[in-house]
Design a protein around this ligand. Structure first.
Ligand code: TXA
Ligand code: MG
Length: 319
């Protein structure tokens, strides 16, 4: 297996942009997690993303653009959408908006929906790559479908190996959790996925926001089981069970665990978010019998951390 992983220096980014324009798959760092990118106007390139990830075709992809100017031809921005883009872009906020009929986007990228999720990532490597490619790039997280998202280039190698033409190594991704997905297609904004921009930050711009809707998922990717490690995950752990490893939060970790990794010793949610996926991967192995996680407060980034942990703890359906 020869995964082509290269440091994200300007010539490598230029090469990656050429590969994208030629319809190839390129993995690249964003401020949230590593993305698996393809030209969003090329149906075959987009189909290759679904194949590489083993992703169900009903689950649409997020489009990545450098900024609002490149987003406007693809989707219909109302006043709210423009205000949010002005405030949070580039950054970890994906907006679900009506797709423009003349957008030129692959229908598969949007899973046949008449809406699109779109964001401008803040990472300098992602920005340079998107400007070099000169077209919208569809990019889900660069992991096999249903598994933990990659926050280091090495994780992408482990997940997708040589199915990617090139992996740009930009080090660890600073936010560590995926973007917030906000649906603006209805009269009231709806939070479809908590993420790097917090509900509190959104509410400061928009006013109160509807809680995640109940019933069938409006964001098709929001299946109950996701981000799943191989070992069982036990949440809100306050005592040790034999053989378990612990993800601790705050200085007072209960004793008796086979191993302890601190999401954040000082109880900082941003630090915990940045560490979460890499630490889940590190503990997901023998000889541990399971992974226990200390309680994480349900505010700010804690909401997104707890969302991922709950999905990771949900048993996977038997296929
Ligand atoms: O931080 C991120 O958003 C990362 C980086 C690479 O940018 N990408 C990412 O993509 O997390 P992915 O494919 O793993 O998650 C995309 C989520 C899914 O839950 C999907 O269902 C939802 O966005 N989504 C995409 N298009 C949508 C649409 N038109 N309507 C509702 N949900 C949509
Ligand atoms: Mg994903």
């Amino acid at each position: 297996m020869s995964a082509r992983i290269v440091p994200a220096c300007p010539p490598a980014i230029e090469r990656a942009a050429r590969l994208l324009r030629a319809g190839k798959l390129v993995a690249f760092p964003t401020e949230t997690v590593y993305g698996l990118g393809a030209d969003a106007t090329d149906e075959r390139a987009v189909a290759a993303i679904f194949a590489a990830k083993g992703r169900p075709r009903f689950n649409p992809l997020i489009l990545h653009v450098p900024g609002l100017a490149e987003a406007e031809p693809l989707a219909v921005f109302d006043t709210r959408a423009r205000a949010l883009a002005a405030h949070f872009w580039p950054g970890p906020l994906s907006l679900v908006l009506p797709r423009r009929a003349d957008s030129g986007l692959s229908l598969l990228a949007g899973a046949g929906l008449d809406t699109v999720a779109i964001r401008a990532p803040a990472h300098p490597v992602a920005q340079a790559l998107l400007r070099g490619a000169g077209r919208p790039i569809a990019a889900p997280s660069a992991n096999r479908s249903g598994r933990v998202s990659p926050t280091e280039a090495g994780h992408v190698v482990a997940e997708l190996g040589d199915q990617v033409a090139l992996i740009l190594d930009g080090g660890r991704t600073p936010v560590g959790l995926e973007s917030t997905v906000l649906d603006l297609t209805g009269a009231t904004p709806a939070l479809l996925r908590p993420g790097g921009v917090t509900l509190e930050e959104l509410a400061a711009v928009l006013g109160p926001i509807a809680a995640a809707p109940t019933g069938p998922p409006r964001s098709p990717g929001l299946l109950a089981s996701h981000y799943a490690p191989s070992l069982p995950l036990r949440l809100e752990a306050t005592d040790a069970r034999p053989g378990e490893a612990l993800l601790a939060f705050g200085p007072d970790a209960p004793s008796g665990f086979a191993e302890v990794l601190w999401l954040s010793y000082k109880g900082d949610l941003a630090e915990a978010a940045a560490n979460l996926f890499a630490m889940l991967r590190r503990l997901d192995r023998a000889p541990f019998t399971g992974i226990a996680v200390a309680p994480i407060p349900e505010h700010g980034l804690g909401r997104a951390i707890n969302d991922r942990l709950r999905r990771a703890a949900t048993p996977r359906p038997v296929r």
